[in-house]
Design a protein around this ligand. Sequence first.
Ligand SMILES: Nc1ncnc2c1ncn2[C@@H]1O[C@H](COP(=O)(O)OP(=O)(O)OP(=O)(O)O)[C@@H](O)[C@H]1O
Ligand SMILES: C[C@@](O)(CCOP(=O)(O)OP(=O)(O)O)CC(=O)O
Length: 424
Amino acid sequence: MAVESTKKESWVLTVMAQTPTNIAVIKYWGKRDESLILPINDSISVTLDPSHLCTTTTVAVSPSFTSDRMWLNGKEIPLSGGRYQNCLREIRSRASDVEDAEKGIKITKKDWEKLHLHIASYNNFPTAAGLASSAAGFACLVFSLAKLMNVKEDNGQLSAIARQGSGSACRSLYGGFVKWIMGKDDKGSDSIAVQLVDENHWDELVILIAVVSSRQKETSSTSGMRETVDTSPLIQHRAAEVVPKRILQMEEAIKNRDFPTFVQLTCSDSNQFHAVCLDTSPPIFYMNDTSHRIISCVEKWNRSEETPQVAYTFDAGPNAVLIARNRKTAALLLQRLLFHFPPQSDADLNSYVVGDKSILKDAGIQDIKDIEALPPPPEIKDIIPAQKFTGDVSYFICTKPGKGPILITDEDKALLNPETGLPK
Ligand SMILES: Nc1ncnc2c1ncn2[C@@H]1O[C@H](COP(=O)(O)OP(=O)(O)OP(=O)(O)O)[C@@H](O)[C@H]1O
Ligand SMILES: C[C@@](O)(CCOP(=O)(O)OP(=O)(O)O)CC(=O)O
């Protein structure tokens, strides 16, 4: 081993990072290259606050490691899959010299080809449940390895590597609102994410996620979009005609904090994404009755007001992501949602609304009894009896637009033991 160290062969070098998840407001659905993960249209997302939803990853290198290994949420998983291999290869090829004088470690660019890695990652929210764990996960993998290996590329170039782990992951390299430019190059060099505005630009927005089901879904995004591209005539029209115009309008709406236009575009694009899923043969159903009821609730409210109050969007699953114009509307939204979707009688309010729980106080809810006492929303007062669907929502997450990846220096939080490089 060409690695120089005073404590020869015994050292472990680690880096830890935290990366947010993101939700698309103009959806990515369909690839033009399956292995490089190149999309058929641009997409735009909002990054979610990592204090509520994030991935934390510790990566380690040591001459004592005999193979690349990874642990996800405490369980060892194989790294043999093409997507992990593509990310590892791309990152390794960009590694630079690393020197840690304090620990007496010197790794040259060439050493990285032979050195093995240990990776431990933890999602603080359900994995593979339609909450974009793959987005936060691959972004964090690439970001933390890039820091460990002293990769000089900027986050835009790193996004092109994260993209090869999972398309939507490229957008998690930035905070705020982010555009994934589809690019033209066959090799994907220009298929990268760019930040449109940072998380402070539109910081009034409040995001409520209704977790409708945390079970693993039937059709993965990867196979679902492949089937759509192969069989749906509508997807061609969407990619060529609809999305390019919406991208321009959405960029303007975000720049100008134009909430009514933002709502109209976000809801229409979510609905069109689910329409192309229905247009797939055989059809793919990601939303369920609860998702449809949430859409109706929001549509009725928006239509009863002078201007729209809330946008909804659904990814490849039944969970609703609801974006309210400010805290006041978010509190009114939560009242409506809790009225229609109260928890089971034995539920604990503390685990029914998670994330930024202070929204409960704004909504005037201190305990479960306050939910029972909620009056029907005024816009449905003529519908008797008002419909309630107890237990159909598992829980709610209250969050907001958030920042991009960060390094974590607190060694106590590391997921790998700094002496052995094995999970703590
Ligand atoms: N922290 C992580 N680090 C690395 N890979 C991860 C991490 N979390 C999830 N993944 C990968 O992503 C896969 C889950 O992706 P999948 O697309 O099925 O679900 P999801 O991303 O949670 O949902 P969706 O993409 O529909 O929003 C996992 O099986 C794993 O391979
Ligand atoms: C509906 C979506 O969430 C689809 C995300 O698909 P993935 O990024 O999970 O798919 P792969 O690139 O095959 O890994 C819309 C979006 O995030 O833009």
